[in-house]
Design a protein. Structure first.
Length: 124
């Protein structure tokens, strides 16, 4: 059974000012997060300094520090509610989506630019 935010003990309602403060409270270094997310340390710094990001990025970051992300929605006339997922996507649709993109290979922008430059210069 889920409790509302008001029903949680005060020690579970600690505020932190930033993702950096959250990471430090978890006792993790940026290098630890980079390893967990399979990215480089400067990318962790970039995430920590973003003003806006995808929820999936935030969720991954929070999980990398050993936490769990909860989304709490507060409406003026209702008690706070926990949002469990976004959209109306069912698990079978997610699985189909993942299998469809599993074999795709991302193309680096630099290689595309170089190829375009080569083709353009061969025309002259």
């Amino acid at each position: 059974m889920s409790r509302t935010l008001d029903q949680m003990p005060q020690e579970h309602q600690t505020d932190v000012a930033s993702l950096r403060a959250l990471r430090q409270a978890a006792g993790k270094a940026q290098a630890d997060i980079a390893t967990a997310l399979r990215i480089k340390q400067p990318s962790v710094s970039k995430i920590e300094n973003q003003l806006d990001m995808h929820l999936s990025t935030l969720r991954s970051y929070v999980e990398a520090i050993g936490g769990e992300l909860d989304l709490i929605v507060r409406l003026p006339t209702r008690a706070p509610m926990r949002l469990h997922r976004l959209g109306d996507v069912c698990d079978t649709e997610l699985a189909a989506d993942r299998s469809h993109t599993a074999g795709s290979v991302p193309v680096k922008r630099d290689s595309v630019k170089r190829d375009t430059v080569k083709r353009a210069s061969s025309r002259t």
